[in-house]
Design a protein around this ligand. Structure first.
Ligand code: NOJ
Length: 532
């Protein structure tokens, strides 16, 4: 097998504030991750991606970086990071960091300098504009968190641009010194041994040079959040961004020849598939994996899923490797969106599609969104546009490890409450249960590791109905069939001739499906993997 490691890997996303606290401040830390590495090995994932750990005022919980080359004391020290990296590598786990190049914190020394005067040498490291003729913001652009994306600076009498909070000023990526400084940041971590980055809001990094108004969004409804009032035509996805992605790729690939192996770049990009594909690169390669979020929002229905999968596969560039995401720290959890029974089916889907899956911490436990009392809300997204259901605290709650107080996450008061069902929905308890979703994940991950057909094999769609999706994965002589029942009715499915008397490798239900000659009997909400 010659595929690079990240193609056959499963990447596990850790939200470090919520994984494991070891210094009793109610916030997770790097040592906490280190002491849970054996869990990740036993789960069967290959790599971890850790959301930002850098020094930060934490206005956006680490996505407001004040120093790209350090570790926030709440999470530990650089030495803790090195120890974590060493221990992870010792266990064969790769480690990816979150790179946040679009914006810094307003406390970053670069911005502190930049805002001192119009003449400052770092002034143009950020996006400063004169007011419009009426004295208002330079254009109509809206922050992704609501409100104008421009903040007035009364000292220097100009506006600066922030795609997110006003505490997160956007860097000016058209400035060569910004590019050089940020590429050095990548080298800093690559030199330390990290195996790759997830790049935050890659499609935001360049804005139209002349800053025209964005057009109105005809499909806007107020419950979508104010950012959707306009189409982000000029503020995102500008053609020049691909040059930046290509530079980043070159840096990552320049490390490929070294002993520790190739490095990988994942790009966070929320765009329709046709536009997403450009991030794989054109003449020059772009990021290895432009993240594909379609499974999160799709209709949970056979035909919709089949169309989504085949359209995505068809749109991929020739050497583009697919990837699939079912959850992350910004979006509702899969168990909440699809329900517990279908969360198991979704696990099979995620881990049997062709491409690199990312698995969000806690989803392997079937963790649901945790209801957060108004007084406990921490997420600036919710605080700025309350009540629309856009807040992200519910999906960032502590990892439940066991039935002890605070679910074994901390001995202090956790920064967010644990799931109400943590007495039973926790790692220790579910490890013992042969039918838990955690056991299902372990079995799926083990199967994926054993079968090249699952990790890197071809994908062929076999059968689609309203509540049924069946496909084949194959590699050399190995042929697997994955059949998903997306509904509550038991179903008898005809198998193709070549799949007569297939062997059942895995099922999501205890009372597993029966293969009878050329048919498989699927129970309600059952997904199976068969070997022909
Ligand atoms: C995308 C991140 O995933 C999200 O959590 C964050 O709030 C924004 N970028 C701003 O950095």
């Amino acid at each position: 097998m010659t595929a690079p490691w990240w193609q056959a890997s499963v990447i596990y996303q850790i939200y470090p504030r919520s994984f494991q606290d070891t210094n009793n401040d109610g916030i997770g830390d790097l040592r906490g991750i280190e002491c849970r590495l054996d869990y990740l090995v036993s789960l069967g994932v290959d790599a971890i991606w850790i959301s930002p750990i850098y020094p930060s005022p934490m206005v956006d919980f680490g996505y407001d970086v004040a120093d790209y080359c350090g570790v926030d004391p709440r999470f530990g020290t650089l030495a803790d990071f090195d120890a974590l990296l060493m221990q992870a590598h010792r266990r064969g786990l790769k480690v990816l960091l979150d790179f946040v190049p679009n914006h810094t914190s307003d406390r970053h020394p670069w911005f502190v300098e930049s805002r001192t005067s119009k003449e400052n040498q770092k002034r143009n490291w950020y996006i400063w504009r004169d007011p419009a003729a009426d004295g208002g913001p330079p254009n109509n652009w809206i922050s992704d968190f609501g409100g104008s994306a421009w903040e007035w600076d009364k000292v220097t009498r100009q506006y600066y641009y922030h795609a997110f909070l006003k505490e997160q000023p956007d860097l000016n990526w058209r400035h060569p010194d910004v590019q050089a400084a940020m590429y050095d940041v990548m080298r800093f971590w690559f030199d330390r041994g990290v195996d790759g980055f997830r790049i935050d809001v890659l499609w935001h990094m360049l804005k139209a040079a002349d800053f025209p108004d964005n057009p109105p969004n005809p499909a806007y409804r107020s419950e979508m959040g104010e950012m959707h009032r306009l189409l982000q035509l000029h503020s995102t996805d500008q053609p020049e961004v691909h040059g930046i992605a290509a530079e980043m790729r070159e840096i990552a690939d320049s490390y490929g020849a070294m002993g520790r192996g190739k490095r990988v770049l994942l790009g966070e990009i929320y765009l329709p598939v046709e536009r997403l594909m450009h991030y794989y690169g054109g003449e020059r390669p772009g990021v290895h994996l432009p993240l594909n979020f379609q499974l999160i929002d799709t209709q949970w229905e056979g035909r919709a899923l089949a169309t989504l999968i085949t359209d995505y596969e068809a749109a991929l560039p020739l050497d583009g490797w697919p990837n699939w995401v079912l959850g992350n720290h910004d979006r509702p959890r899969v168990a909440t969106k699809r329900g517990q029974a279908q969360a198991r089916v979704a696990a099979v889907l995620l881990l049997t599609l062709r491409g690199t899956p990312t698995l969000y911490y806690g989803d392997e436990l079937g963790l649901s969104d945790v209801a957060i009392e108004p007084s406990q809300v921490r997420d600036p997204r919710e605080l700025r546009e309350p009540g629309l259901g856009l807040g992200r605290d519910p999906v960032r709650t502590p990892m439940p490890w066991d039935a002890s107080e605070n679910a074994g996450f901390t001995t202090a008061k956790p920064w967010l409450p644990s799931n109400a069902d943590s007495l039973t929905r926790n790692v220790a308890r579910m490890t013992e249960e042969s039918q838990s979703i955690l056991t299902l994940y372990r079995r799926l991950l083990a199967l994926r590791r054993d079968c090249l057909a699952l990790s890197i094999g071809e994908f062929v769609l076999l059968n689609v109905e309203d509540e049924i999706l069946v496909y084949q994965r194959r590699y050399d002589a190995q042929r697997l069939i994955v059949a998903l029942n997306l509904g509550g009715q038991a179903r008898r499915l005809q198998l193709p001739d070549w799949a007569r008397d297939s062997r059942l490798l895995l099922s999501t239900v205890e009372d597993a499906a029966l293969v009878e000659g050329d048919a498989v009997l699927l129970r309600s909400n059952e997904a199976v993997v068969l070997e022909a």
